[in-house]
Write a protein that binds this ligand. Structure first.
Ligand code: MG
Length: 503
């Protein structure tokens, strides 16, 4: 038996353990009763330790060395060479981190999740603060064990965006920020007032459930290989290409909260469903990076879902579902409302123009917190003053401020920048798609989503995580990640909505 075959067997076990842990985590965020928290934390910690031990064992290192020799000179994009690269990356990232620390991280974050849910509900930052300090301390120790060339933050960013450096993100954001600030200013001074109040009328939840299932299915989410449930913070996870779970949430008085969240998560879900079935049980069954993953969700949510063509296509159906609230509304009014630009408190509900400023705020805070330059009892104030600086608004409470996101409670630090990168990648892919398929908007208007999904399957999904994100974007567009296409997209779309001459 070749070393490569043995390596595949060994990592298949790791994949299955990861999938089992993902089932537990999905359950915790959807159906698990609150009293199960402590038991679940132990279960997750045990699985995390097993995964870590399995992948960092001497045997894995030895097999990797031999498998690398066996595959030397083979096709770079072939499965075998890719598996060796992907496993090696994971091995290198983990081997220097003690298993006890990984188990401590899993247990702490599993407990902290419930603490965060409660703290957010009660608007009680003080109750969550000790957990946050504990988690940042653990992540700092993990980063130190992993090591880094430039900044400590690199060690946390890398698992989410392989190969990307903090300094590269800083450069990209520096290019993006002035264009956003300028566009927001132009919109504010345009004198155009968009009325979005129609989105806050009454939309009975049971009918929203029907709509979210309908819309996800129409754009291509395959319900024979997935399902949609409710979660306080919508997410997508998968246990195989044939078992993909998306979630959404409902607010009787805010329709976009569920509909666009479902399109977003369906975008993630279709990526997972589009990865070749032969990658099941291997470490290739993942997106190229979280930035690439987010490019898929944002594309279906915004480039498709918030386009005039999609709303013209789908609005009659919404009107039929909610005649009391939408009977007197036109598709055009709905389009404008769904695209209203206004600095707001909650990242996941932010419009396309202000969204990335929410990300830059978190990116800057995380770097400061990792560097140990933040007194955690002052964090809410720091958050609020940055909100004022970036968006011109101050959160009235911590639930809608520093406590709003699930990520820190889960030990997910270094993740936020990938959301913004996802927007940029989506814009780059979209220019490419519209170049190759000029009738893309016409097809959306007719409800024909298969050509777009097929393009994404072929050019993005079919690679799994075989290529680094920098390799994949280069292969598809001939460019590295770049903010210009996104800026062009925003100026064109919102210049028209807000009648900005020449913008
Ligand atoms: Mg997402």
């Amino acid at each position: 038996m070749s070393a490569l075959s043995k390596l595949k067997e060994r990592t298949a076990e790791v994949s299955r353990l990861n999938e089992a842990a993902a089932v537990l985590s999905w359950d915790q965020q959807t159906y698990m009763p609150p009293a199960a928290t402590a038991a679940r934390a132990e279960q997750v910690a045990t699985l995390s330790r097993l995964i870590h031990e399995r992948i960092t064992a001497d045997e894995t290192g030895t097999l990797l060395e031999k498998a690398a020799q066996e595959t030397a000179g083979s096709d770079y994009e072939g499965d075998d060479a890719a598996i060796v690269r992907v496993v090696k990356r994971e091995y290198d990232r983990r081997v220097k981190v003690p298993a006890e620390l990984i188990a401590e991280e899993a247990k702490t974050t599993s407990l902290a999740h419930e603490e965060w849910v409660r703290a957010r509900k009660n608007d009680d930052y003080k109750a969550f603060q000790p957990w946050l300090e504990k988690i940042f301390d653990i992540e700092r120790r993990i980063a130190e064990h992993r090591g880094y060339d430039e900044q400590m933050y690199d060690a946390l960013l890398d698992p989410y965006e392989p190969g990307m450096k903090t300094s590269a993100v800083e450069r990209i954001f520096e290019g993006l920020r002035p264009a956003l600030v300028e566009l927001i200013k132009a919109i504010r001074e345009s004198g155009v007032e968009v009325d979005a109040s129609l989105l806050k009328r009454k939309y009975p939840v049971e009918r929203q459930v029907e709509v979210t299932n309908d819309v996800a299915g129409r754009i291509g989410f395959d319900f024979s290989r997935g399902r949609q449930d409710r979660a306080p913070h919508p997410f997508c996870t998968s246990f195989a290409t044939t078992d993909v779970r998306i979630t959404t949430r409902f607010d009787e008085n805010f329709l976009p909260g569920s509909v666009f969240a479902s399109m977003h998560e369906a975008g993630h879900g279709m990526y997972e469903q589009g990865i070749p079935e032969s990658f099941n049980g291997t470490m290739l069954r993942e997106g190229a990076s979280l930035g690439f993953h987010e490019s898929q969700s944002r594309m279906w949510e915004n480039w498709v879902g918030r386009s005039r063509e999609f709303i013209e296509y789908y609005f009659p159906f919404l009107q039929e579902k909610f005649p009391e609230s939408l009977g007197d509304v036109t598709a055009e009014q709905f389009y404008l409302a769904a695209n209203k630009v206004q600095p707001s408190l909650i990242r996941v509900e932010a419009d396309e123009v202000t969204y990335n400023l929410h990300i830059m705020l978190r990116f800057e805070l995380e770097k400061e917190m990792m560097a140990g330059r933040v007194n955690f009892s002052h964090l809410p104030d720091l958050w609020n003053s940055k909100m004022e600086e970036y968006l011109g608004i101050t959160p009235p409470n911590d639930a809608d401020g520093v406590l709003q996101d699930v990520h820190w409670s889960a030990g997910i630090i270094g993740y936020f920048p990938t959301y913004a990168l996802g927007n940029l990648i989506a814009a780059q892919l979209w220019e490419k798609i519209c170049g190759e398929m000029p009738d893309t908007y016409g097809r959306i208007r007719r409800g024909e989503f298969t050509p777009l999904l097929d393009w994404l399957r072929k050019n993005v999904h079919s690679y799994g995580c075989k290529l680094l994100p920098s390799e994949l974007i280069q292969k598809i567009t001939g460019q590295q990640i770049d903010s210009e296409p996104y800026i062009r997209y925003l100026r064109s779309k919102f210049g028209e909505i807000y009648k900005l001459n020449g913008a």
